[in-house]
Design a protein around this ligand. Structure first.
Ligand code: DX5
Ligand code: ZN
Length: 218
């Protein structure tokens, strides 16, 4: 299994201090920062888009921005997110009719490509060719749209199924993940761990980051 990567979700941070919050997480041991882009269509909420990500990438040199695109037309934003300094562009399977073409479009802009599936979407939609073309597979463990929701354990078998078929790919879990739910995620084979509330809500986020990481790596 690939190594553990912790990707704190800035959705749970103080947006007024976004660059400082990202720096605080990197200092605390996070390799990636999870940027939740919501467009008010694919999900009801609106969060942030390319202009804000651009400020973050300029303010936090070297940052790896793991962009989770909860948007209705993911093809439309590839160039803007690449120009803004996005490192990984993760779109939703449910939002596109041609995942393979979109993966090519993302790679052409020198970003890693991720594909996400919602709790009600079976892992079998990630066919062997899609899974091989993508760099990362994201199994949502809550319904996308907001932070602080309860982890849906019924999604975990999808992680195991994908890990069995794609032993070398990054497999991310997102939603309700924290010290209480990391064991099942790690045992199922996820190695990229998103956590918002569990990290930003902790008095000592670096301890939570270290705990999540060591649970995956052992
Ligand atoms: C939900 C987002 C998640 C969310 C995770 O739509 O994709 O990234 O911020 O937050 P927690 O860890 O609080 O569930
Ligand atoms: Zn997310």
């Amino acid at each position: 299994m690939p190594r553990a990567i912790i990707s704190p979700s800035v959705l749970a941070s103080d947006f007024g201090q976004l660059t400082a919050e990202c720096k605080r997480m990197i200092k605390g041991g996070a390799e990636w920062l999870h940027m939740d882009v919501m467009d008010g269509h694919f999900v009801p909420n609106i969060t942030m888009g390319a202009p804000i990500l651009s400020c973050v990438s300029k303010g936090v040199p070297g940052i790896f921005m793991d962009c989770h695109m909860m948007v209705a037309q993911p093809e439309k934003w590839v160039d803007d997110i690449a120009d803004a300094g996005g490192s990984l562009y993760c779109f939703h399977y449910e939002a596109t009719s041609d995942p393979l073409a979109l993966i090519d479009q993302i790679h052409a802009r020198k970003m890693k490509a991720g594909i996400a599936i919602c709790p009600d979407t079976p892992s079998t939609v990630i066919t062997d060719d899609i899974g091989e073309a993508a760099d990362m597979l994201l199994v949502m463990t809550v319904h996308p749209g907001r932070g602080g929701q309860k982890f849906i354990e019924a999604c975990v078998p999808k992680v195991s199924e994908l890990r069995a078929r794609f032993p070398h790919k990054d497999i991310e879990v997102d939603g309700g993940v924290g010290p209480k739910t990391i064991d099942v995620c790690a045992n199922a084979g996820s190695n990229v761990i998103v956590a918002g509330t569990a990290i930003f809500g902790a008095p000592e986020p670096e301890k939570v980051i270290a705990l999540l990481k060591s649970t995956v790596d052992t």
